[in-house]
Design a protein around this ligand. Structure first.
Ligand code: FES
Length: 593
């Protein structure tokens, strides 16, 4: 008797997968699958691009959400990357359609890209929902493009995969590796000290940025690319492959293929972005000495997908995580070195073996995170240290509280000076960034290395836009004396490429009347990182008197700036707009014609 082939295990598995595929209802069918005038409308105009009729036969439509822009140099190679994604989508039987969204170039946009992160996320969310898209590939690179796109996509919750553009090759200047951002601060200080000429300073510009890609230090872009790999939204090795390396294009190709299968498997973002996934990311951020910006971005992403991630989680989960990677700004090497040493899979494997990785967390390639990384090999231990012999014993973000930051503040110990982690000093106060710029190098400024530099009005509403100015450069006269670090406190953010004993994100911010607004020159401030304390040594009665005379800054009159000001939330909850928290899924909108 002939054997019933359908009962053989391999066929059973295939049959089950096929049945699952058949269950998936494609959104795009509501546009391209229609007969009559509607179908004609939706297909005919698309055909002006030379698209053959068979592409409208019910195959998954993959939207490639592109942040390409010549005004965002870190993402300027994304047209090629999108073409590689398309190859993968076609190969897997999908139908790729690329679309642009607002791009956020860190180096040019004013007052701050952070001010436009939420706006870009709205663009992404509405672009996805309004169009015949079944799954999404997000092309991200420069700092804010990653959180903006992931936030917007999370509110739609379609199957989604992230492809980062990759870091630039190592900067090289006169035989030395130089890192994006990190060396700009160093060079600026050298010029101020008189150790570098202006001509050399200018020559270093082209030496630092010599290939496509984003900042190649462990700044915010590389941190967020690592976060995407750690939460499972990106394929293994997404974080570190240089933009100029052919394997970046291969990764884009494979992500395109995978996006099609994710639609067939109905592997939505909410199935990947679980609480465990975020916990893995927070710990990974500690292990890579990642940017403090990850705190606000991950909390905002979590809010969109319905996961409660609190400021305290960063301290509780990351408190004992050592920093394993020896990368600038905390260390010596750059992302290119990180990739050759094994990249993020090695770090995740170390965390898994140390028992602090949720091994079963699902990732975009359909495997558990542990399956992805368990065979990772480290090729250079000076770049990626083992968990038991870390690069620095403390990598995580510390969350400080006290009367100066009742809503919390953060500090990155791996970038700080150990001898300043407990410090009491006299406040030297700058009312805002303009005041700081006007007075910092005045030889008459009453400041010495024991002082605490304080800057106000640079929080989410203050600047406006929560700029990266918290790592105020030290006064020239102290740099000339050889001072390399001082305690700095502000409601601003700090570039992920920066370093120093810098307390950031004090909440509530000065511009809404937070205690930072009440600090005056000469007040004593105590920083005690071990006890998570940030204290302004001024009596409550005196503070009350100062509060009574405080006046709020002007509110912008109109437009997006007005909307931003009215709805942006404070740093301790991720700075999303109050009305954007959560998601609406991606139901097919009604036609209006
Ligand atoms: Fe784009 Fe640094 S400026 S990543």
């Amino acid at each position: 008797m002939a054997r019933d082939k359908a009962k053989r295990p391999a066929d059973k598995k295939k049959a089950k997968a096929k049945a699952k595929e058949d269950d998936v209802v494609l959104r795009s069918h509501e546009w391209f699958g229609k007969a009559g005038m509607d179908g004609f409308h939706h297909r005919s105009w698309m055909k002006n691009q030379g698209l053959p009729h068979h592409l409208f036969d019910g195959r998954p439509v993959i939207g490639i959400c592109n942040t390409w822009s010549e005004l965002t140099p870190c993402n300027a190679h994304f047209r090629l990357l999108a073409e590689r994604v398309k190859r993968g989508v076609y190969e897997a039987g999908g139908f790729p359609l690329e679309f642009p969204v607002m791009s956020l170039g860190e180096t040019l946009m004013r007052p701050s890209t952070m001010m436009f992160r939420n706006l870009a996320s709205m663009d992404v969310e509405e672009s996805i929902r309004a169009n015949p898209i079944d799954g999404v590939v997000l092309l991200v690179g420069c700092d804010k493009t990653t959180p903006a796109l992931v936030m917007g996509a999370a509110s739609c919750d379609l199957p989604t995969i992230v492809v980062s553009g990759g870091p630039m090759l190592n900067g090289r200047f006169r035989g030395e590796s130089i890192g994006s951002g990190t060396h700009v601060w160093k060079f600026v200080e050298a010029v101020k000290r008189g150790d570098m000429t202006n001509a050399d300073f200018q020559e270093a510009e082209a030496c630092m940025s010599r290939s496509p890609g984003h900042c190649m230090t462990m700044g915010t872009a590389s941190t967020m690319a690592s976060m995407m790999e750690a939460v499972g939204l990106a394929l293994p090795s997404n974080a570190a492959i240089p933009a100029a390396d052919s394997r970046r294009n291969t990764l884009a190709h494979m992500a395109g293929r995978r996006a099609v299968d994710m639609v067939r498997e109905d592997l939505r973002m909410s199935k990947i972005l679980t609480r465990h996934a975020f916990e893995n990311a927070v710990r990974t951020n500690g292990a890579i000495g990642g940017s403090t910006n990850a705190v606000v971005h991950l909390m905002a992403i979590a809010g969109r997908i319905g996961i409660k991630l609190k400021l305290e989680d960063w301290d509780e989960l990351g408190r004992d995580v050592p920093c394993l990677v020896n990368l600038m700004p905390s260390g010596q090497y750059l992302m290119e070195d990180f990739y050759y040493a094994g990249g993020l899979p090695v770090v995740l494997k170390e965390l898994g073996e140390a028992g602090i990785l949720h091994r079963r967390a699902k990732t975009a390639n359909g495997q558990s995170i542990w399956k992805n990384v368990k065979d990772a090999v480290c090729y250079e231990r000076d770049v990626i240290h083992a968990y038991d012999t870390p690069f620095k014993t403390h990598g995580g973000i510390c969350v400080l509280r006290g009367n100066l930051a009742p809503g919390g503040a953060v500090i990155k110990p791996s970038a700080a000076s150990p001898e300043l982690m407990q410090h009491r000093g006299r406040a030297v106060v700058f009312e805002d960034i303009d005041d700081y710029k006007a007075r910092i190098d005045n030889p008459k400024l009453d400041i010495d290395e024991s002082c605490v530099m304080v800057m106000k009005n640079c929080g989410p509403k203050g600047y406006p836009g929560f700029s990266e100015v918290g790592n105020m450069a030290l006064p020239a006269k102290l740099l000339k004396k050889g001072v390399t670090d001082m305690v700095r406190v502000s409601d601003a953010r700090m570039s992920g490429t920066a370093y120093g004993t810098v307390v950031l994100h004090t909440a509530p911010e000065a511009a809404v009347g937070g205690p930072l607004a009440l600090v005056r020159d000469g007040d004593m401030i105590e920083l005690d990182v071990a006890n998570r304390r940030l204290h302004l040594d001024v009596s409550e009665e005196v503070l009350e008197e100062r509060r009574a005379s405080w006046t709020a800054p002007e509110v912008p009159e109109r437009g997006y700036w007005r909307m931003y000001h009215e709805h942006v939330m404070q740093a301790d909850t991720g700075c999303d707009f109050d009305f954007l928290v959560g998601g609406s899924g991606a139901p097919v909108p009604r036609e209006s014609h």
